[in-house]
Design a protein around this ligand. Structure first.
Ligand SMILES: *Cc1c(COP(=O)(O)O)cnc(C)c1O
Length: 393
């Protein structure tokens, strides 16, 4: 028999199983709705980033269908060859106006936007100064850039300042934070880090994936939330979460965007969005501008659910957003909590090492604007029951 050169993968998988961290993919059998069928079971879904319910919004659906009817299902090429259609340019113009920046470039995903941008703007002679909980796409982009990577403890602005202060004045530095941290739901130290960046001449970059459509006026993000327009050089947003479709974008100066047109590798070497995606995203900007009450509903639900979890006695960490972690500790306990919640009709994913620290495993909950009070109260009741059963409460 032929020797299996991938045999070590089975050994790795066995070790994942022994740690209680083996996951099967959960399969949704219908639309992305707050109450849906997952693995043949009716559940209240607390795992989706579809904050505003836009994945099934009639205006987005209709825009995507119309674009497919008139323009087809694909773009046929990368943006720099023949894959730039009118509708891609329209989306970028709309996003730039919405974000109040000179220009925007859209990528295939938020991941591609972060990784492609960091890797393009830095070289091996430069330094990235990065919050320890920044998203994986920032870490990967930093590695791809071959710049020196300096990590500061989560939201420790003084530590970030010491790092940049001790670097040579002439060295190029990129200071980077998530706007909202995806596993803890806390908000990045954007104003304080901007002040450090200005003091030491750093490029300031904020990844607003979880803030897009959620924070700021009409969901313009944390830069708008903090009144920091004009002070963040590179803003990344996603079109995959609250915006309901797929994609990521960089908002900034015209020079930054034109440079990325020429140097960002996902832009140059991977095909652009189908027209339906661009059309849905344009419709989403219309909705944010014209129906901001959806965002208010999201925050009302957030306050209700967070207060409910805290009243039950769960450790919900430092969340300030619709993402609320329920911290269990050991990875296997978090996975057991998630499994038992699921049995009882609540879908909230367990998250363990290496996504979060080994002793901070958790179930992550995300409420949306479209959850009803009854659905949220049901989920709280189940959390109470299962939390007591597992000795977490
Ligand atoms: C989800 C996420 C991304 C990636 O966005 P996609 O559009 O899903 O690729 C980037 N950064 C953060 C902080 C995220 O949470």
């Amino acid at each position: 028999m032929r020797h299996d050169p991938l045999g070590y993968l089975a050994t790795e998988l066995d070790s994942i199983k022994q740690q209680g961290l083996y996951r099967r993919l959960r399969i949704l059998e219908g639309e992305q709705k707050p109450k849906t069928t997952v693995d043949h079971r009716q559940v209240v879904n607390l795992s989706s980033n579809n904050y505003l319910g836009l994945t099934t919004h009639p205006r987005l659906r209709e825009a995507a269908l119309e674009a497919t009817r008139t323009l087809g299902v694909g773009s046929g090429s990368v943006r720099t060859i023949a894959g730039t259609m009118d509708i891609h340019m329209e989306l970028e113009r709309r996003l730039a106006a919405f974000k109040k920046t000179e220009a925007v470039v859209v990528f295939q995903s938020g991941f591609a936007a972060n990784a492609g941008t960091v890797a393009a703007v830095l070289t091996k002679d430069d330094v990235v100064v990065s919050d320890e909980l920044n998203h994986a796409s920032i870490i990967d982009g930093s590695r791809l850039s071959r710049a020196t990577i300096k990590v500061f403890p989560h939201k420790d602005v003084d530590a970030a300042r010491r790092i940049v202060r001790d670097l040579p004045a002439g060295q190029r530095k990129l200071l980077i934070t998530d706007g909202v941290f995806s596993m803890d739901g806390d908000v990045g130290a954007v104003p304080e880090l901007c002040a450090v960046a200005e003091e030491y001449g750093c490029i300031m970059m904020v990844d607003d994936a979880h803030a897009s459509g959620v924070f700021g006026r009409n969901g313009r993000g944390t830069i708008d939330h903090f009144g920091m327009h004009g002070r963040v050089d590179v803003q990344v947003g996603t079109l995959s979460k609250a915006i309901g479709a797929l994609g990521g974008y960089v908002a900034g100066s015209r020079a930054l965007i034109e440079f990325l047109y020429h140097r960002a590798r996902p832009f140059l070497f991977s095909t652009s969005h189908p027209p339906a995606v661009a059309a849905a995203c344009i419709a989403a900007v219309d909705v944010l501008e014209q129906e901001p009450q959806i965002i208010e509903r999201l925050w009302e639900n957030t306050r209700f659910f967070k207060a409910g979890l805290q009243a039950l006695g769960f450790n919900t960490g430092l969340s300030e957003s619709p993402i609320t972690p329920v911290i269990a500790g050991e990875g296997s306990l978090a996975m057991k909590l998630s499994d038992r919640l699921f049995d009882e009709g609540v879908f909230a994913q367990g998250i363990a090492f290496p996504t979060v620290a080994r002793d901070k495993a958790r179930v992550r909950t995300i409420v949306t604007a479209t959850h009803t009070r009854d659905e949220l109260q049901f989920a709280l009741d189940v959390f109470g029951k299962v939390g007591r059963e597992l000795g977490i409460l």
